[in-house]
Design a protein around this ligand. Structure first.
Ligand code: BT5
Length: 324
């Protein structure tokens, strides 16, 4: 935790009283002048910090910044987000998390950014990640599963994202198999799961998620939306709160998956799916195209599609377009 984060933590712990400059400097082991510089930096970031002579400082307003101390404040997870790396701007949080994981970072390490300049989608596609508006995060996981089961982690995350958005906003978010989060049939979020492993062993998984929270629609691709655009209120939503709810939800779902396996995830996925029962077109590896009706999610997380000739085809990966 950096000094700014420590100062914020002190303010929040003592939110009803003033903290003297002397006290804070002493607790942090820094000079009054250095403290003043930190206070100015926090003010520049949008924090309103009142300074009253003879009384000291008091925090009056907290902006929606995804600083480490903001996410950690009252976060009730045990593993996810206990170690957090925050970036104002980064290429891709997935790439940073991948490097950290390769260096041995522990399970649950969270990499989060205010903006991505090279946000990644699947298959070399890009993820539009403008500053302030969205959540761009990656988590390092070290699941005890085989590499061919890793796509199930994407589904665990998709269920968690939908549950978190519903809890946070009341909006009817749904999963478009396998990795899209839709609200009113428009894409509001996406998941990118990457792994390092050998044939029969997973070294680590990087679970990346992007959610458009306050992002103005004009900055997004045509078919996309944001939570704010779909909400009735014009108020800005707190990305920090959403992240905390998501981390807790994912931690519970991930623990459930590790303990009970895929069946409960499959049931949840089916109930939150906007794919089942619809006519779809599925593209495999960006090439072959299949059209039919999505009829089931099988026990491995695959999408079962009934083709025009009545045959069923199961897809373990692919891109789905909803036709009607
Ligand atoms: C995804 O890929 O949906 C996975 C997106 C994962 C993004 C997160 S952000 C944090 C972490 N770090 C990263 O670098 N990535 C992850 P895919 O299913 O391939 O969808 C990509 C397509 O979604 C694009 O080709 C666009 O059509 C569309 N798209 C791009 N940006 C979008 C956005 N912000 N909102 C909605 N749709 C978008």
């Amino acid at each position: 935790m950096g000094r700014d984060d420590k100062i914020l933590e002190l303010f929040k712990k003592e939110k009803d009283s003033y903290l003297s400059g002397e006290e804070i400097s002493h607790l942090l082991g820094i000079s009054r002048q250095a403290l003043w510089k930190h206070i100015e930096k926090l003010r520049d970031a949008g924090y309103v910090i009142e300074a009253v002579p003879h009384l000291g400082y008091k925090l009056r307003h907290v902006p929606d910044k995804m600083f480490v101390s903001e996410i950690k404040w009252n976060l009730n997870t045990k593993i996810l987000g206990r170690d957090i790396r925050y970036y104002e701007t980064v290429g891709s949080t997935n790439n940073v998390a991948y490097e950290l994981a390769a260096e041995g970072a522990r399970e649950g390490t969270l990499v989060i950014a205010n903006e991505q300049t090279k946000g990644k989608g699947r298959l070399g596609r890009s993820w539009v990640s403008p500053e302030e508006g969205g959540v761009y995060l990656s988590l390092i996981l070290r699941p005890d599963i085989l590499p061919n089961e890793v796509p199930k982690i994407t589904l665990v995350a998709a269920v968690s994202a939908v549950k978190a958005i519903r809890q946070f906003t009341g909006l009817e978010a749904l999963v478009k198999w396998p990795n899209d989060i839709l609200i009113s049939d428009r894409k509001a979020g996406g998941i990118l799961t990457e792994l390092k492993g050998e044939l029969d062993k997973v070294n680590f998984v990087v679970l990346g998620m992007g959610i458009n929270v306050n992002t103005p629609r004009e900055l997004l691709p045509k078919s996309a939306t944001s939570i704010k655009a779909e909400s009735k209120s014009s108020a800005e939503l707190s990305r920090v709160e959403l992240v905390k709810i998501f981390l807790k939800t994912l931690e519970d779902e991930y623990a459930g998956f590790s303990k009970n396996g895929f069946p409960p995830v499959r049931e949840a996925l089916k109930s939150y799916s906007c794919t089942l029962g619809r006519q779809v077109s599925v593209t495999k590896s960006g090439k072959e195209r299949f059209c039919g009706k999505a009829v089931d999610i099988d026990k491995n997380g695959g999408l079962v599609v009934e083709l025009a000739d009545g045959q069923e085809e199961t897809f373990l990966s692919g891109d789905v377009t909803l036709i009607r």
